[in-house]
Design a binder for this molecule. Structure first.
Ligand SMILES: [Zn+2]
Ligand SMILES: [Zn+2]
Length: 331
């Protein structure tokens, strides 16, 4: 670390950095969207934010050991590029797949419903769009954790044992498509205009980068509204009780409403990862979930052990209940 974690400067930077980087990203996006080549300029802004976060990860890491290489950097970048779509790969610049989808698909979706409140100021339309899209993101993410048929794809994202900015786009392509479908289709059907998709793409891109960063940021009350690094570290915890929480990608409103919000008053988890085993190479990681053997490796032993444990606990509870039955009847 180059400056003392006990200094006032450190505390100030720690508190201001998350909002500063997020606002800088959105300001850059504003100029990008008002330029002739908005995707190109958006990519420049996106990569500048990646570089800024990478720099601060060195200056003030949340967890020093996460700075060490884990041999997954190439795989992380490859999954990021694939997930972000062929249009972007062709441009050889990585950025938001939803934005590319929106630009390509919008002209074909002219028969949209006219119920979108496009008379509202753009900022309000974007907030509304974020809340609606977030429900799809929440649902897709929660289903991916609760059903082994989907977990086999999502586990790739959780298989790393360090969090840093380059992990952000480490998603299996099937996992990404599922999430995009559930979050974007409702907006198309409601008739949201293109700028709403662009702004949601920008917000998702920057919150995603910040959520995975290994910077010692203090996000305070932001933890109640937005998906922050602190909340997301709990989500990456190896402990199921901690990991199956905080599903929100941008906003945590649905976690708050549906009871999966988790933020106990202690430093968030650094023991992250999965109990199963994900393949080593990029191509093997892509095909692994499609075979029975591969899926078994990904899922690991713990779910079976857990199931057995739960079964035993349920049997014991049933036995206790049976034993108590005559007493309750006679009382
Ligand atoms: Zn997850
Ligand atoms: Zn994550």
């Amino acid at each position: 670390m180059t400056f003392q974690s006990s200094s006032r400067l450190y505390a100030a930077v720690s508190s201001l950095l998350w909002p500063a980087i997020f606002c800088a990203g959105l300001t850059g996006s504003y100029f990008a969207f008002h330029s002739q080549m908005h995707l190109l300029w958006f990519n420049v802004v996106y990569l500048s934010v990646v570089a800024t976060i990478a720099l601060f990860e060195r200056l003030m890491p949340y967890e020093e050991t996460w700075l060490d290489a884990d041999g997954e950097t190439f795989n992380n970048l490859a999954h990021t590029l694939l997930s972000k779509g062929a249009v972007q790969i062709a441009a050889a610049i990585g950025t938001s797949f939803p934005m590319a989808v929106a630009i390509v698909a919008q002209p074909f979706l002219s028969h949209k419903a006219n119920i979108w409140p496009d008379q509202l100021p753009m900022a309000l339309q974007v907030v509304l769009g974020l809340i609606i899209a977030e429900f799809g993101l929440y649902l897709a993410h929660r289903l991916a954790h609760e059903h082994l048929s989907l977990w086999r794809f999502h586990a790739l994202h959780h298989s790393v044992e360090r969090l840093w900015v380059i992990n952000t786009g480490r998603f299996h392509i099937i996992d990404s498509l599922f999430k995009i479908a559930l979050s974007q289709i409702p907006l198309y059907l409601l008739g949201a205009p293109l700028p709403v998709f662009l702004w949601i793409g920008a917000v998702t891109a920057f919150i995603g980068l910040l959520t995975h960063c290994n910077i010692d940021v203090r996000t305070g009350p932001l933890d109640w509204i937005l998906s922050t690094p602190r909340l997301h570290r709990w989500h990456h915890s190896k402990l199921l009780a901690e990991g199956n929480t905080n599903y929100g990608e941008n906003l945590v409103i649905w976690d708050q409403i549906l009871g999966t919000y988790y933020n106990p008053p202690r430093p968030s988890s650094i023991d992250i990862g999965i109990t199963g085993k994900v393949a080593d190479s990029f191509l093997a990681q892509l095909v692994q979930p499609f075979s029975k053997k591969g899926a078994k490796q990904i899922i690991g032993k713990k779910p079976k052990e857990l199931r057995d444990k739960e079964e035993l606990a349920a049997k014991a509870a049933a036995a206790r209940e049976q034993a108590n039955e005559p007493i309750r009847k006679s009382s």
